[in-house]
Design a protein around this ligand. Structure first.
Ligand code: SF4
Length: 458
């Protein structure tokens, strides 16, 4: 069933169509899918200061958003960006949909292939299919290189995963869902990836209809009509091949726990491909973005934005990585584990968002220790607490051990659910919520002590 209307996310804000928010207008920038040049990062930081409130979001899809803009400052921002190569002009139509690729493609030594050429071809092909501009705003395609950085956590509509077969690399095609829920439908050659994606997206549009409650995501449509109907409409029966691999499901062969790998040098021990840093709660200041740009240049590397609210700087020098990492840590970015901020998902809330009556990110700093404890008993074992400004749950759509949901300046508590689920406690102050979470942590700990095999249940 589709989400209730009041909980649906709105359109994606762009330079051509900014979105009103609690702290002014919000604009999402359409950036290159692979690396972002340091000069462009500096330009974005400068625009955030001049035209916005100096805050920049790194979204869960690896996009950058400027905040705190206004009707008065928008023309200046549009003019500034019309001269930047790499940012879609406000006069172009909005991007058809997000395409998320393995962030280290071309650098990951364990990848099956470099997917950047396929992603470029896909972008170009989509841009020539005018009817696809009718796709819902959240429609998303993932392209994985088969290496260490799987994208199973991304709620995608169409997935391509590189697999190495006896006769070369090929892509497993899967539809909808996340974390193993996606439905594999066959294999395709790298060269046919763009055409397969277009055929599936057009079939989605045709079959979803235009009614008010038309499904907005592939997974919702498949629940209504089934995979076979979609494949028939897309005319793909003879264009996809079958392989024993696809019966295994769509999980990546070597998915690393999101949150771990990007806080370290990555690659072979003697030849690291990059190091990474997490952005606390997905929000950077303009000064921090300047730091990233400057250190990237000093490091001689390139920047890759990731869908884990983290940034990779790719290069091949472990020593330089260590020096750079400690300077970036001084600027407030997270460069080493453990850090309690990595165990909490928190949205902007008040005052940035008009729907928020609480300030989740400020309150999150009080709950770091208990979040670390609860993370151990959470699916995926990274996020222990989700603090949401309201039941919309923008920061996290999946189930969490404990979710605090803001309402009238206080919090409701949901256990093992999302922000939209029924709470077990209501109207808590932050202090009361903290005590309730500590009691929950103690209960879980006591349960563990009684069950010698508790680790099997994680
Ligand atoms: S979840 Fe947070 S950011 Fe999203 S609408 Fe509610 S208060 Fe705003």
């Amino acid at each position: 069933m589709s989400a209730p209307a009041e909980l649906r996310r709105g359109w994606c804000p762009s330079l051509a169509r900014p979105m009103p928010s609690g702290d002014g207008l919000l604009v999402r920038l359409s950036l290159p899918a692979d690396s972002v040049p340091p000069a462009l990062l500096r330009a974005i930081a400068s625009c955030a200061r001049r035209f916005g409130n100096g805050l920049i979001d790194l979204t869960s899809r690896g996009n950058l958003q400027l905040r705190g803009l206004s009707e008065v400052t928008m023309p200046g921002l549009v003019e500034a960006f019309s001269s930047f190569e790499g940012v879609a002009s406000p006069h172009e139509p909005a991007m058809i949909c997000d395409i998320i690729m393995s962030p280290l493609s071309g650098l990951d030594p364990r990848a099956v292939c470099d997917v950047r050429p396929m992603v470029r071809a896909l972008r170009e092909r989509l841009a020539h299919e005018a009817s696809l501009y009718a796709l819902p705003a959240k429609f998303c395609i993932t392209v994985e290189d088969g290496g260490d950085f799987g994208l199973d956590h991304v709620a995608a509509d169409i997935r391509f995963k590189a697999r190495l077969l006896a006769d070369g690399s090929s892509f497993m095609v899967a539809l909808g869902g996340r974390e193993g829920e996606a439905r594999p439908i066959g294999m395709c050659a790298p060269s046919s990836l763009p055409e397969i994606a277009v055929a599936l997206a057009l079939a989605f549009l045709e079959l979803r209809g235009v009614s008010e409650d038309a499904p907005r995501r592939m997974a919702d449509l498949l629940k209504r009509i089934g995979t076979e109907t979609l494949l028939r409409s897309a005319g793909l029966a003879s264009r996809l091949s079958h392989h024993p691999d696809i019966v295994e499901g769509a999980a990546s062969p070597a998915l690393r726990e999101p949150g771990r790998p990007f806080i370290m040098c990555y690659g072979r021990e003697d030849d690291p491909a990059c190091f990474g840093m997490a952005v606390p709660f997905g929000q950077l200041t303009a000064d921090q973005l300047d730091h990233v740009a400057n250190e990237t240049e000093a490091f001689g590397g390139e920047v890759r934005l990731t869908p884990w609210r983290a940034i990779f700087i790719a290069n091949r020098s472990a020593m330089k990585a260590m020096e750079t990492s400690s300077r970036l840590e001084d600027s407030g970015l997270i460069t080493r584990m453990p850090d309690p901020r990595l165990n909490i998902a928190a949205c902007a809330g008040k005052p940035a968002c008009v729907r928020g009556t609480v300030s989740p990110r400020k309150d999150a700093l009080r709950l770091g220790r208990v979040a670390q404890g609860l993370a151990l008993s959470s699916p995926g074992r990274r996020i222990g607490i989700h603090i949401s400004g309201c039941a919309k749950g923008c920061a996290r759509s999946t189930s969490t051990k404990a979710t605090l949901v803001g309402r009238d300046g206080r919090y409701d508590l949901v256990i093992d659910g999302t922000a939209a689920d029924p709470p077990i406690r209501e109207g808590l102050t932050l202090e009361e919520a903290k005590i309730a979470l500590e009691e929950l942590e103690e209960e879980i700990e006591a349960e563990r002590m009684r069950d010698p095999h508790w680790e099997k249940h994680l």
